[in-house]
Ligand binder design. Structure first.
Ligand SMILES: Nc1ncnc2c1ncn2[C@@H]1O[C@H](COP(=O)(O)OP(=O)(O)OP(=O)(O)O)[C@@H](O)[C@H]1O
Length: 281
């Protein structure tokens, strides 16, 4: 559905070189620190900024045509309707923009999230604006959703509701897909099928979320255990006050061969931190 190969964008003090793929039926996450290049990647995919190299294939083509734009739902941090409009004002705009705009779904979601229909959007709270953007992106039965930090600024309950909404959206059609970025790794862990980690404009890891959660682990070892440890399956290690923490993608190997070592299940945040701050073994 979306294939990005060595997408390049150069700014004065930043260079992006990103490859990723989003398959039909998949929710793919893009995770990275502030300034890692997530928004630049999303904007380049959408043709909103000029690329300096690489290729993008979206819906089997190298550029988005008008027809394909109907198949796309987008949330960007700096996108949205004029703050002077109300939800009632934007309904006819959406009807005009999208052939498959589903007004009853849109209104159902607006009611579910208790968004006021006749209040100017500029008077909405951050969370209300975020909810409206996602509802708009989902209301025309798009095949691919590209969501840059859609849950930013939302409280736990609202985030949960929106994650459920994304799951429902996926469940309705097995050819749909979502590319989503988030700072909140728990969102990605429960929603995404696979995750790309981006750092300084480079993809430093791509893994299925199931594998990440079931086969990756942190070993906590003292200096002596570290010396004796087979490092064949240690991706990164970091010096700690007690010795070392080591990231492995072969939890079972260390569980079987080093039964006395403390082994902690890792979360996406741990893996990300180790991949960025750890030393290569
Ligand atoms: N128009 C621009 N001109 C110059 N530099 C830019 C421009 N847009 C982005 N950058 C730089 O590119 C880098 C990546 O920015 P980007 O917005 O893609 O990061 P991000 O991963 O989305 O971060 P965040 O999570 O903070 O939104 C940053 O160093 C940023 O300063």
């Amino acid at each position: 559905m979306l294939k990005v190969k060595h997408l390049k964008k150069n700014y004065a003090s930043f260079s992006l070189d990103c490859s990723l793929e989003v398959k039909p039926g998949y929710v793919t996450g893009l995770i990275g620190q502030n300034g890692a290049g997530k928004s630049t990647t999303f904007k380049a995919i959408l043709g909103l900024i000029q690329c300096d190299g690489g290729s993008i294939e979206i819906f089997g083509q190298s550029a988005l045509n008008e027809e394909d734009k109907q198949l796309l739902g987008v949330v960007l941090s700096d996108s949205g309707f004029s703050g002077y409009l109300t939800i009632s004002d934007i309904i006819p705009i959406l009807e005009n923009l999208y052939k498959r705009f589903d007004k009853s779904f849109f209104l159902r979601m607006v009611n579910q999230f208790e968004l006021p229909k006749n209040k100017k959007i500029k008077e909405f709270s951050t969370g209300m604006k975020a909810k409206l953007k996602i509802i708009v992106a989902m209301s025309h039965q798009a095949q691919l959703l590209i969501l840059d930090e859609p849950t930013a600024g939302l409280d736990v309950i609202a985030r949960d509701e929106l994650l459920d909404m994304m799951r429902d959206y996926m469940a309705k059609d097995d050819q749909r897909a979502i590319l989503i970025s988030s700072h909140i790794s728990s969102d990605l862990e429960t929603l995404c099928d696979d995750v790309y980690m981006i750092h300084n404009g480079q993809v430093i890891m791509h893994e299925d979320t199931d594998v990440l959660l079931s086969e990756y682990a942190l070993l906590k070892v003292d200096d002596q255990q570290f010396e004796q440890l087979d490092k064949a399956y240690i991706l990164k290690y970091k010096k700690e006050s007690y010795g070392y923490s080591c990231l492995t993608h072969q939890k079972q190997y260390y569980r079987e061969n080093y039964p006395n070592i403390v082994l902690e299940n890792s979360h996406i945040d741990d893996v990300m931190t180790m991949m960025i701050r750890g030393e290569k073994s």
